[in-house]
Design a protein around this ligand. Structure first.
Ligand code: AMP
Length: 561
């Protein structure tokens, strides 16, 4: 028998395996400690980096994997980019974000000058401290059920402006770096370089709007028509990667800008949510590798060698940015509570900081300590963010109590005296019909739904609706399960439903819990977790079809004489 010798070039596999395993273990641990899993991913990178003992990931492969992560992250940003969300809060979000970015960049720049770095290093460093992490912000908002509030919408709109600023910075930084290459560029040379960049970007944008806008949705529609899910997913990935790399080759714009545009064009297509869903697992996986590879660049020695710089960087993120945001929001006449929520949610930095600082490092604009400082600031600020929110929650509770004393309370979404109602979880294809049918029978209904658009639809349809994930105990509690008679889980995720049912039954043993399942295993899982009954959707579909067929004259069995 012949065995091929083990190949030597296993570093890609080693990097992938170490990246995923370490990130998973540390991410799960961080989650357990109620920290953002991002912290875990970055720590995984530090463990896999050259500055700590043990496994050392390949320093050439890691950045390439990270680049794929950036492409997919920016593609996702484009896919979710919503002009409507931004426009609804433009009055405050645009000036607010611009002012805050300016303040943070100036502070970072000042610190860089104090540390003896050049102006360009200062600008890149300052700008990386200016933008908050979408991942961290959305999670914090969702946990506190703020996405639906005006405060939440302002914070999200603010973030969108930061996203746009990042996209612009990703275009401008390389151009400026090129112009300043030898360090003695004149204003005219810089102007020409910038003009040239704008022309390139303009040509790219024009091409995308004229050609891409037609071709991309057309292609996706064709592929969706083939009915092959695999081809559809592949098509989405091919578009994301192809446009990113193609635009870099043809127009010399960054991968990130190309991917962002590809996402934005798909955003308009009717298949956008399907595209977002299909590319999500891949995006998540590579985003994790991106965070790991950023962590690998972190040299922990900075904490000991330059502790004051670390403290100053962190203070810019935690205090400088927040104070600026707070001041601006107050200036626009919003309440203290809104101002504090927005400044707390923005008092951290994440993926964009790494993308910008990473680019600065690659272009040799930023010294390696710059990236380590950004990372240290990010790690500390992300870790402290839940703590800040806890303080905010306490303050808010006191404030609410005070306000309650002063004026009568506003009615909550779910009437306090509701009783004997049915909780319908999910307002999709199944839940929406079910809720309507039950209402016709006079059953009081409370809907729980995660998706903003469907929440809006449920409310328009006249249902009392709680927004959020039913697996989150606080969300469930809002639907008054202790006084409900029935809970129906009309969602396809049986694992999530199982956990929620278990908790529900512990809180109210008398409640009847019904659930939707898509396999025998799911039925078993749901029953084992306390469901009173689980309906296998596909079986019901088969029965209904069979019944329909039997009722049709064409298939009526021949009459026997
Ligand atoms: P469909 O498969 O069309 O019936 O849609 C299921 C609906 O359930 C979708 O609108 C989801 O947003 C919603 N959904 C899924 N999981 C949850 C959850 N854990 N909590 C609340 N809503 C959910």
């Amino acid at each position: 028998m012949y065995f091929r010798p083990m190949p030597h070039h296993t570093s890609l596999i080693a990097m992938l395996v170490a990246g995923f395993v370490l990130a998973f273990v540390l991410g799960a641990l961080a989650n357990r400690l109620r920290l953002s899993p991002l912290v875990g991913y970055l720590l995984a990178g530090i463990v896999a980096g050259p500055y700590t003992p043990g496994f050392v990931g390949d320093a050439e492969i890691a950045p390439q994997l990270a680049e794929i992560g950036v492409i997919l992250l920016m593609f996702g940003v484009g896919l979710h980019f919503s002009l409507r969300d931004l426009l609804s809060v433009r009055g405050i979000a645009i000036p607010g974000a611009v002012a805050q970015i300016t303040v943070a960049t100036t502070l970072g720049w000042g610190l860089a000058l104090l540390m003896g770095w050049g102006h360009m290093a200062g600008l890149v460093f300052g700008f990386s401290l200016a933008t908050a992490s979408t991942v961290v912000l959305l999670r914090a908002m969702e946990e506190r059920r703020l996405l639906d509030t005006r405060r939440g919408r302002i914070a999200v709109g603010w973030l969108i402006v930061e996203d746009i600023a990042c996209v612009v910075a990703l275009v401008l930084i390389p151009a400026l770096a090129g112009a300043l290459g030898d360090g003695d560029a004149s204003a005219g040379e810089i102007g020409i370089a910038l003009l040239f960049t704008f022309l390139k970007v303009g040509a790219f944008v024009a091409f995308m709007l004229l050609v891409g806008r037609r071709v991309i949705p057309w292609l996706l529609e064709r592929i969706a028509g083939t009915g092959s899910r695999e081809l559809f997913t592949l098509c989405v990935l091919a578009i994301a990667m192809g446009v990113a790399l193609g635009s870099a080759e043809l127009f010399g714009v960054s991968f990130a800008l190309g991917a962002f545009f590809a996402g934005m064009l798909l955003n308009e297509s009717e298949f956008s949510s399907q595209a977002a869903q299909d590319s999500m697992p891949m995006r998540d996986a590579f985003a994790v590798l991106f965070f790991v590879s950023v962590g690998m660049l972190f040299d922990p020695i900075i904490l000991f060698d330059h502790p004051w710089q670390v403290v100053a960087t962190t203070l810019i993120i935690l205090v400088g940015k927040s104070a600026a945001a707070y001041g601006i929001v107050r200036l626009f006449g919003h309440s203290r509570s809104t101002a504090l929520t927005i400044s707390t949610s923005l008092a951290q930095i994440g993926e964009f900081a790494f993308i910008i600082a990473g680019l600065g490092l690659a272009l040799r604009l930023l010294p390696p300590e710059g990236l380590s400082l950004v990372l240290a600031g990010s790690l500390i600020s992300i870790m402290l963010n839940p703590l800040l929110f806890m303080l905010l929650d306490r303050w808010q509770a006191r404030e609410d109590a005070r306000a309650d004393r002063e004026r009568p309370p506003e009615p909550p979404v779910v009437p306090v005296d509701i009783e004997g109602h049915a909780i319908v979880v999910g307002y999709g294809r199944v839940g929406a019909q079910l809720a309507t049918l039950l209402r016709h029978r006079g059953v009081p209904i409370v809907v729980i739904e995660d998706d903003a658009d469907l929440v809006r639809r449920a409310r328009e349809d006249g249902f009392t609706t709680v927004r959020g994930n039913a697996a989150n105990p606080r969300v469930m509690e809002e639907a008054a399960p202790d006084r409900a008679k029935l809970a129906v889980f009309a969602i396809p995720q049986a694992l999530e439903a199982g956990e929620a049912i278990e908790r529900l039954k512990a809180a109210n043993p008398g409640i009847t819990a019904l659930a939707r399942a898509h396999s025998d295993r799911q039925v078993e899982h749901l029953l084992a977790h306390g469901a009173d009954a689980a309906v296998l959707a596909e079986r019901e579909l088969a029965y209904s079809l069979a019944e329909m067929i039997m009722a049709s004259p064409a298939y009526r069995p021949p009459r026997t004489a």
